[in-house]
Design a binder for this molecule. Structure first.
Ligand code: AMP
Length: 193
């Protein structure tokens, strides 16, 4: 079962593609954004704390996310996992390396979905209207999230490239084409395994 990490700016299609691959390969999707939104909705102490950062387009502190992902990775290791939205900082990426070593697991691919900024902004504005996500509805919050992405998350591209683990995928295509590309990649991997 695949173990995948999705990288890319907000609105690159990570959630959509992770969801589709999760259904095809019967692999759990671990979306930190979804997990945090569930905490916010349930008004847990963690959710109330996280909401402040999320509404501002900022990242929730690393310790919170690392603890959250650790619990998820341990749930059903034999089924693999698809990480969507984690890691988002170098500290998270380094913590993930340690965590996986501890658990005796490894990832198969780091998939970087590449999409130009103007496409991302348009997609996020549309999603804000459709889904009522407060952090997608406001242009200034979207621009903040892109800035946070550039400063804190984009360095992960070099991090994984230096390890020879990065796979670049053109995310500026129809969803179906991106999915086909990803599936072709994974089928190739399964044949080699
Ligand atoms: P997403 O649905 O992945 O776009 O995440 C929505 C929001 O949740 C982000 O803008 C952050 O505030 C927070 N979040 C999700 N994943 C992480 C993460 N790995 N590290 C820090 N904050 C996160």
């Amino acid at each position: 079962m695949p173990r995948l990490i999705f990288l890319g700016p907000p609105g690159a299609g990570k959630g959509t593609q992770a969801e589709r691959l999760a259904a095809i390969y019967h692999t759990p999707k671990i979306s930190t954004g979804d997990l945090l939104r569930a905490e916010v909705k349930a008004q847990t102490p963690l959710g109330c704390q996280a909401k402040v950062y999320m509404d501002a387009g900022e990242l929730v502190p690393d310790e919170v996310l690392i603890g959250m992902v650790k619990g998820q990775l341990q749930q059903s290791p034999e089924q693999g996992w698809i990480l969507d939205g984690f890691p988002r900082t170098l500290a998270q990426a380094e913590a993930l390396e340690e965590l996986l070593q501890e658990l005796g697991q490894d990832y198969d691919y780091v998939l970087n979905l590449e999409v130009p900024d103007e496409v991302v902004v348009a997609r996020l504005l549309a999603r804000g209207k459709e889904q009522g996500r407060s952090d997608d509805a406001d242009r200034s919050v979207i621009l903040k999230r892109l800035e946070v992405y550039r400063q804190q998350t984009a360095p992960l591209i070099d991090f994984y490239e230096a390890k020879g683990r990065l796979q670049r995928v053109n995310g500026n295509q129809p969803m179906e084409s991106v999915q086909e590309h990803l599936q072709a990649l994974l089928e190739g991997f399964r044949r080699m395994a």
